[in-house]
Unconditional design. Structure first.
Length: 385
């Protein structure tokens, strides 16, 4: 097992009617800014519940954080915070609102150009406003991690940053808040969290026995509940399991002490930045192709994945690997997500442009072995077509 440090200060408040607990989670004299996406939290009553729980506190609102939150929009929130002397942020929404809130928290008192936060991957952050979240979309794990992904619209750049100062203080996870999710977002959430687990599990053996078993348990849970989430209506326990799996998929636990990949995410980010394809859909395109292209360096874990996750036990090694990759693709497609680049109206001739963008962003030695060069990324994209 690799050496590791694990730190996670986020309090999880889970269950029905947990939004009311905001009253005890936030100081009575806090000056609060509630950050929101588009209309969903207003339409489904979540915002009204949040406002009721906040009672007599001074509360301001900033709405309009878009999916794949943009630097341009978030800098407006930074201006509002300075103007109103806000001292606590509350993100109400999915990963985009939470990621945006993390950026805003770090940018408010940042010395220098805040875009540098992204260019330095969060390393230079020295302070951040405290914040909490009310999660409405299980997918990213942002509610219990210190990562964030921000897009600069102007340049089609999508970059991630990470810093322990942007862990949420708390996250309220009420599964009933997911009842209004459209099928498309449920599918996205299942596939995104599935790929988060894969990025931390399907690398090379490091004798992380319990990490492997946790990861396999989370993957199997998603395989079991994914299709039911699409057909079972508002089943509380299904939604509760979905919510908790997605959080556990990326809160640091399963990735501690084992190698991590993340190349599928980095290639995927370029597809979202350029073509506005939903984050999870980019992963569903890149992952099967990546596993195929990199099957030799991932061979031992691919065989373990085939056996323990999909129960594939017959055939030659290569046949079992082929079958595991196909089952993965089929799972994504059963969730309603297409898995070829051509399905998203991206011209094949653009692949070189996407690879050039990876190069420009320094994404030239990706993966657990740092061997995913631009040439390998190109091959993965060609195979994904
Ligand atoms: O904007 P509103 O009107 O609120 O609608 C949203 C949005 O259109 C809607 N939605 C959210 N909760 C809802 C709801 N609609 C009905 N009922 C509800 N309860 O869903 C749409 C998508 O929301 P978004 O927050 O964009 O989705 P998601 O949670 O999938 O977040 C995606 C973003 O997270 C980043 C991605 O790159 C992307 O920018 N990621 C962040 C990570 C992290 N911080 O650790 C890791 C991930 O790999 C990912 O990269
Ligand atoms: Zn993701």
């Amino acid at each position: 097992m690799l050496n590791f440090e694990l730190y996670n200060p986020t309090r999880i408040v889970f269950g029905r009617e947990s939004t009311a607990k905001l009253d005890t989670l936030i100081a009575q004299d806090a000056r609060v800014l509630v950050l929101l996406g588009g209309e969903s939290a207003k339409k489904n009553g979540t915002l009204a519940e949040v406002r009721a729980a906040l009672g007599a506190r001074e509360v301001h609102e900033f709405s309009g954080i878009e999916p794949n939150p943009t630097y341009e929009t978030l800098m407006k929130a930074v201006g509002l915070i300075r103007e109103k002397k806000i001292d606590f942020l509350l993100a109400v929404g999915g990963g985009s609102v939470i990621d945006g809130t993390k950026f805003v928290a770090a940018a408010v008192n940042y010395e220098g150009d805040p875009w540098e936060i992204l260019q330095t991957y969060g390393k230079k952050i020295t302070s951040a406003l405290p914040f909490g979240t009310v999660l409405t979309l299980p997918a990213t794990g942002s509610e219990m991690n210190d990562g964030s992904v921000i897009t600069r619209k102007e340049t089609h750049t999508k970059l991630a940053f990470q810093n322990p100062l942007v862990f949420p203080q708390f996250s309220v996870l009420d599964p009933t808040k997911t009842f209004t999710l459209p099928a498309r977002q449920i599918a996205n959430g299942v596939v995104d969290s599935f790929v988060h687990i894969i990025e931390q599990y399907l690398t090379y053996p490091a004798d992380g026995m319990v990490q492997d078993r946790f990861a396999e348990g989370l993957l199997q849970t998603l395989i079991e509940i994914g299709p039911k989430l699409q057909t079972a209506g508002n089943d509380y326990d299904l939604r509760a399991n979905f919510m908790w799996v997605a959080t556990l998929a990326l809160n640091g636990l399963i990735g501690a002490g084992v190698p991590q990949d993340w190349s599928t995410h980095m290639i995927g980010h370029e597809l979202t930045a350029r073509y506005d394809i939903d984050h999870a859909r980019t992963l569903a395109v890149v992952l099967p192709a990546s596993l195929n292209v990199r099957r030799e360096s991932k061979r031992a874990k691919l065989l373990q994945y085939a056996n323990r996750v999909w129960h594939i036990t017959s055939g030659s090694g290569d046949e079992r690997i082929d079958a595991a990759i196909e089952r993965t693709r089929k799972f994504f497609e059963e969730m309603g997500i297409q898995t070829h680049l051509r399905d998203y109206d991206v011209p094949a001739s653009d692949i070189t442009v996407i690879v050039e963008q990876l190069r420009k962003n320094g994404m030239v030695k990706l993966g657990e072995q740092h061997d995913v060069t631009p040439e390998i990324s190109q091959k993965i994209l060609e195979v994904s077509y």
